[in-house]
Ligand binder design. Structure first.
Ligand code: BG6
Length: 485
């Protein structure tokens, strides 16, 4: 789909996100000829180097993050032609003037300010851009997560950004919403009549959302230690997934229709307080171990000093409304788990009565497994008769769709989709201010209870599924975590 000509200003252009995600995403859009001619990329960061030096850095990054057989010199050359590097210290007026000069002539275009920086800089950058007179009516600002580190700082940042940009110009990214498989969840729910009819407490026993990573914190330790898994993953990605599973059907794909429904879910979450947060939410921290056959150090060794930051969280969330009362949502996420997998498991109720003899074996409940990554797909576990003349024996038989087999196309990275959505002015997959603040409002009492508690996170061995308490959390309710790998 073509997009209008635009100018994209990336703040934090020498950082990890720009190297790993943003510039490679722009490379792919260039390769697929979706970059309108004349569109410009203005890369901004503090380091003083030339455009040529910056382009050399970005070429290395693209070569690293784009598969070798897809990297084409001519495509990169076209991308490089669009790039100007502007060194900028937010407190120096001369630097802002240089940025203004780089944007000259683009006053009528969509102008995107992408803030791939620490959230402490969101306010100062927006103020600086406002004062420099480079915020036009067609400007939009993209904010990377995390928006703050608690409710108060999120409100402050939102106020600061809101003093320069209208809410309709602000695009808060949660890259999980840009994943093809996450959008497929919307298609599964609302483009099929089959599931929506059974999508409630009367049919669903519980939901599990797992986002497991094999990576540790490595060179992000300094950022991560101030954050932890609850802020880094649960406040945004996992809650967004929960919202998409739990929300009522929006009236359309229009940004506010979808965001209104997600907001209602966030507001229906039962608040977890005090003692409950300490007893019922499992927080863990990895110790040395082995992941996929490789020996890896513990979190504290990577960090180099003592810390109570959690690298794993498991919790039970309850959505208090008519659709979901009594159907818990179990969430877990962690670093250095045995495998990289993100999936949503919808477990239906057991059959109310078995007509089969004991020898037929147990009847497992139906399960719908929405695999987000890797190998995105959907699996529906059904009970079937084991073939053969030996009488009635039952077993689970999966109906399995792997999207890579079903649709033989390259799956674009979330950032490719989201960047182009900003250019088009489509905010459906971005978070509105009230959503972000509602998510923090739910997280805040948990953070507070942890702050008050003397209990450190529970250790777990790298390569395991987290502390044993995470297993106890769900087994207390007579359920188990689903593990297919
Ligand atoms: C980021 C977190 O938002 O998401 C990281 O800050 C995490 O800690 C990453 O590794 C996971 O994203 P993905 O797309 O690899 O699942």
């Amino acid at each position: 789909i073509p997009v209008p000509v635009f100018d994209l200003v990336v703040f934090g252009a020498t950082g990890d996100l720009s190297h790993r995600k943003l510039l490679p995403a722009l490379y792919w859009r260039e390769r697929d000829q979706q970059m309108p001619s004349g569109s410009r990329i203005i890369a901004v960061a503090r380091t003083r180097f030339s455009t040529a030096e910056y382009i050399a850095q970005i070429e290395a990054a693209c070569r690293e993050h784009v598969p070798a057989d897809s990297f084409q010199e001519d495509v990169f050359a076209r991308l490089a032609e669009r790039i100007t590097y502007v060194p900028l210290d937010v407190s120096r007026d001369a630097d802002w003037s240089a940025l203004k000069a780089a944007l000259a002539g683009g006053e009528d275009r969509a102008r995107l300010f992408y803030l791939a920086t620490s959230p402490d800089l969101f306010g100062p950058i927006c103020r600086g851009a406002g004062a420099a007179g480079i915020v036009t009516e067609k400007s939009r600002v993209v904010l990377e997560k995390p928006i703050g580190r608690d409710l108060a700082s999120a409100i402050r940042i939102n106020d600061e950004v809101g003093a320069v940009f209208e809410e309709s110009q602000i695009y808060r990214i949660d890259h999980y919403l840009g994943k093809e498989s996450v959008q497929n969840l919307l298609a599964l729910r609302f483009a099929n009549s089959l599931f929506e009819a059974v999508w409630d407490r009367a049919h669903i026993d519980h939901v599990q959302i797992t986002v497991a990573e094999t990576v540790g914190v490595e060179d992000r330790a300094a950022y991560y230690d101030r954050s932890g898994a609850l802020r880094d993953m649960v406040q945004n990605h996992l809650l967004q997934l929960l919202c998409l599973v739990a929300m009522e059907p929006p009236t359309s794909m229009d940004a506010d229709s979808v965001r209104d429904e997600k907001l209602k879910v966030l507001r229906s979450l039962r608040v977890i307080r005090d003692g409950e947060a300490v007893q019922k939410i499992v927080r863990g921290q990895y110790r040395a171990g082995a992941v996929a056959g490789r020996t890896v150090p513990g979190y504290l060794e990577e960090l180099g000093h003592p810390s109570r930051t959690e690298t794993f969280v498991a919790l039970k969330a309850e959505v208090e409304n008519w659709r979901w009362a009594g159907t818990p949502f179990y969430l877990r996420t962690g670093k250095r788990l045995p495998t990289r997998v993100s999936e949503i498991v919808i477990q239906f109720h057991k059959v109310p009565h078995s007509i089969f003899p004991r020898t037929a074996g147990p009847i497992e409940p139906n399960r719908l497994i929405i695999r987000l990554q890797p190998d995105d797909g959907i699996q529906l576990a059904l009970m079937a008769k084991d073939p053969g003349p030996g009488g009635m024996r039952l077993r689970l038989a999966p109906l399995d769709i792997r999207f890579a087999d079903a649709f033989k196309v390259r799956y674009p990275d979330a950032y490719e989709r989201l960047l182009m959505d900003v250019v088009r002015g489509n905010a459906t997959l971005f978070m509105r201010r009230d959503e972000v603040e509602a998510a923090w409002r739910w997280i805040e009492p948990i953070l507070e209870a942890w702050r008050q508690s003397d209990e450190p996170p529970k250790p777990y061995i790298a390569g395991s599924w987290g502390p044993t308490a995470a297993i106890a959390l769900i087994e207390r309710d007579g359920r188990t975590w689903f593990e297919d790998s």
